[in-house]
Design a protein around this ligand. Structure first.
Ligand SMILES: Cc1cc2nc3c(=O)[nH]c(=O)nc-3n(C[C@H](O)[C@H](O)[C@H](O)COP(=O)(O)OP(=O)(O)OC[C@H]3O[C@@H](n4cnc5c(N)ncnc54)[C@H](O)[C@@H]3O)c2cc1C
Ligand SMILES: C[S@@+](CC[C@H](N)C(=O)[O-])C[C@H]1O[C@@H](n2cnc3c(N)ncnc32)[C@H](O)[C@@H]1O
Length: 686
């Protein structure tokens, strides 16, 4: 859903004021000093960072506003890191909520008042997201900081944050306008969520000393301390979460859905992880792992990367959105925005380091309204008005023709941030970027055969590879295995208890010619057509269920051309197309509900027994936690792997490292590996 922007004006001191709340975003006296006093010193951050022994520290804030608190915290953390380069604390997570995000220009104007934070403010300005509800994970790599900006109401968002059993947050910045101006925020519901998400020893700082806040936080287990307030304010509150009853905390943290639980993974920075695959999924997983300093080895079956579905010369890059903000659409929308950030980064990185160039053009994507049924669907989406225009907007036939640079008699939907990329070059660039971290090793010509969990001093996994002939095998041991095999999963016994849906597809590479030579955007209808790369356009694609062969077939070429002919029947484009038969076929892997499959891989058939209680009406929360697993998967990216691979890899690796997760619980449940088993158990109820 799109969010409502804040309405602000700037007062005579130049401080932004929220019209709706009639309150300032920060002190007229000195915003930076106020943040330092109330939130940084209020949580004893510098002292606690010095003592910290974990690799990450997690700050949560209510009310992101201008981002000033975030910038001050990130600046302080950067300074701490520079002064302590070998300190075990390596990364700051800052998780924040915002119901009414500031328009970017207002945020920029507000932050101009703080030249000392210019570098941080510019970085925020570059990544500042559109007003779309949900989690926007933004990486500030050069500041060793990740910002999770959750757009929406704090009361709806906090219950959707997944927490490990020992808690998630290390320090709270309780902001959000004065309780007298914003009473709806400062409620018991907020305080009990804070308790749910806090660890024993978690601190908070807030500018207010209001009784309702003091009593509320004391009531859920915080020990409260009054300190001197900032500027003209006499008092403020700080405190420590002093509850240590693990059982109570555990109960509080059980997610409402049955499926998603933090896997009790054994991964830390000393671990060795094996990833198998060579496509977008494997490359995204490798990058997410090595960025966290985890030693990773990538095994794949050929001698080149991207030999499977990720090997097509060009892929369309866009989200598949519906008229409602359904779970499927939200996964697509957030995956797309995250992928765009990831690809911008990789493309910039590879250019700066003279690595593989990624052929791409973020030239936008138009979904053409090419028949009555599609026109009706598109009108419904436009009328529902749930998505920001920056993500998708209706365009009339004149606009379509202008954007496409071809006369087209259709209206449509325009996705301005989309376009096309070369997936194999992208995979290579991501792997090269990962190699630069010095933590990745490549093992080509290793065909994965099987694995076995082994118990030494800790749980590990023994993995068997075939090196080309029956006699030539290699067995290695790792702490964790990630299988990102694409359609190769169909032949791996590990996936027997999941229902996989392989679908072969062929894409034509037609020579450029008039009039499509002029095409300036990706055109989507039942198929898709891209602007040219190296003199050829991608024209795709066919769908043949349960077919793993990859030969190029002339009947599928005919089907592809016919699809375009039918969809574009009212134009002169298709009749004129010449083709010399060059094409590529591969198999995409999908799941029964068309969502990616991400998380711990078990023999779910053998676990079914443990979940039969769901079939006799026991509540979902009573379903047992899944056993530990030393094997995970990142698969079933279907027809939209360019869109979903980076965020799904981030979900998986964050979960293995017990870091904050960049998806709400309902979306985590929708992509988790165990959902099919649990759903089946519930269905048996009837
Ligand atoms: C015809 C077609 C058109 C498409 N068009 C688009 C598009 O326009 N936009 C878009 O976003 N997506 C598109 N897709 C989907 C996209 O290509 C996939 O979602 C994505 O490539 C999947 O990536 P992956 O890494 O999961 O799988 P893959 O890219 O298939 O990679 C899996 C790799 O695993 C390796 N492997 C498999 N088994 C083993 C084993 N036993 N041992 C060792 N290695 C193994 C193989 O080397 C293989 O390359 C298209 C797919 C097809 C088939
Ligand atoms: C005082 S400002 C925060 C200042 C901010 N921390 C900064 O650094 O600029 C309070 C913020 O809380 C947001 N807010 C108010 N009620 C909220 C709610 N229920 N959920 C999420 N955000 C809320 C407001 O929109 C506003 O941006």
């Amino acid at each position: 859903m799109k969010s409502k922007h804040a309405q602000v004006h700037f007062n005579e001191s130049g401080t932004p004021v929220a019209d709706h709340f009639d309150d300032v975003y920060f002190s007229n006296d000195s915003g930076i000093n106020e943040t330092q006093h109330v939130f940084v010193a209020g949580n004893d951050l510098i002292e606690r960072w010095q003592q910290w022994r974990n690799p990450t520290f997690v700050i949560a804030e209510t009310g992101f506003g201008t981002g000033l608190n975030f910038l001050v915290a990130m600046h302080a953390f950067n300074k701490f890191k520079a002064a302590n380069p070998d300190h075990p604390l390596r990364h700051l997570y800052f998780i924040t909520t915002e119901k009414f995000p500031l328009p970017k220009k207002d945020m920029q104007r507000a932050l101009e008042a703080f030249p000392a934070l210019k570098a941080e403010a510019d970085a925020l300005s570059t990544l500042y997201p559109m007003g779309l509800e949900g989690c926007h994970r933004l990486h500030f790599d050069s500041h060793s900081t990740t910002l999770d900006l959750w757009i929406g109401d704090v009361h709806e968002l906090l219950p959707q944050w997944h927490s490990p059993v020992e808690g998630l947050i290390d320090a709270w910045f309780l902001d959000g306008f004065a309780p007298s101006k914003n009473p709806d925020m400062w409620t018991d519901a907020l305080f009990s969520q804070m308790a749910r998400l806090s660890k024993t020893g978690t601190t908070f700082g807030t500018f207010t000393a209001a009784g309702i806040v003091k009593r509320g936080l004391a009531g859920v287990g915080f020990t409260i301390k009054k300190r001197n307030g900032f500027g003209r304010k006499r008092d403020m509150l700080t405190g420590v979460f002093s509850q240590d009853n693990e059982n109570v905390q555990h109960k509080l943290r059980l997610p409402t859905g049955p499926y998603y639980r933090y896997a009790n993974s054994n991964i830390d920075k000393t671990s060795k992880v094996a990833v198998v695959g060579s496509g977008l999924a494997a490359a995204s997983a490798c990058l997410a792992l090595v960025k966290r300093g985890i030693s990773t080895t990538l095994y794949f079956d050929g001698d080149t990367l991207a030999s499977g579905a990720s090997g097509n010369p060009q892929g369309g890059f866009y989200p598949q959105l519906h008229s409602e903000a359904s779970i499927a659409s939200r996964i697509q929308a957030h995956s797309f925005l995250y992928a765009r950030q990831a690809y911008d980064h990789t493309i910039k990185y590879t250019k700066a380091n003279n690595l593989t160039d990624v052929a791409h053009d973020f030239c936008g994507v138009i979904q053409l309204s090419f028949n009555d049924k599609v026109a009706e669907r598109q009108s419904k989406l436009a009328a529902a008005d749930v998505w920001p225009e920056a993500l998708i907007k209706p365009v009339d036939s004149k606009e379509v023709s202008d954007i496409a640079n071809l006369p087209l008699p259709y209206s449509g939907l325009y996705i301005g941030l989309g376009g096309w990329l070369s997936p194999p070059q992208l995979v290579t660039a991501m792997i090269e970027e990962a190699l630069q971290c010095g933590k990745l090793e490549l093992k080509p010509n290793h065909t994965y055969v099987s694995h076995e969990a082994i118990e030494t001093t800790k749980q590990r996994v023994q993995i068997r590879f075939n090196l080309g002939s029956a006699e030539s095998e290699e067995v290695i041991t790792a702490d964790h295995l990630i299988l990102a095999l694409g359609a190769g999963a169909v032949n791996a016994g590990d996936f027997d208890s999941l229902s996989l849906r392989p679908v072969r597809g062929q894409v034509e590479a037609i020579p450029t010619q008039m009039p499509i030579e002029q095409l300036n955007t990706v055109l989507c209808h039942k198929g898709y057509m891209t602007p040219a790369l190296d003199g050829r356009h991608a024209l795709g694609s066919t769908y043949v269920k349960n077919d793993l062969s990859t030969d190029v077939r002339s009947d599928e070429t005919e089907t592809n051309l016919a699809t375009h002919e039918q969809a574009l029947a009212n134009t002169s484009i298709v009749q004129a197309l010449q083709h010399d038969g060059k094409a590529r076929a591969a198999t995409r892997l999908g799941s029964p509900d068309h969502q990616p499959v991400v998380g711990a891989l078990h023999d779910f058939d053998s676990l079914k027994e443990d979940y039969t209680m769901l079939g006799v009406g026991k509540p979902l929360t009573s379903a047992p936690v899944l056993p530990n697993s030393v094997v995970s998967t990142l698969t079933c990216l279907g027809s939209r792997g360019l869109t979903t691979a980076p965020l799904m890899a981030e979900v998986l690796v964050s979960s293995l490292c017990k870091e904050p997760l960049p998806l709400s619980n309902d979306l985590l449940n929708a992509v988790n590996t165990s959902r099919f088993m649990t759903r089946e158990a519930i269905r048996r109820q009837s």
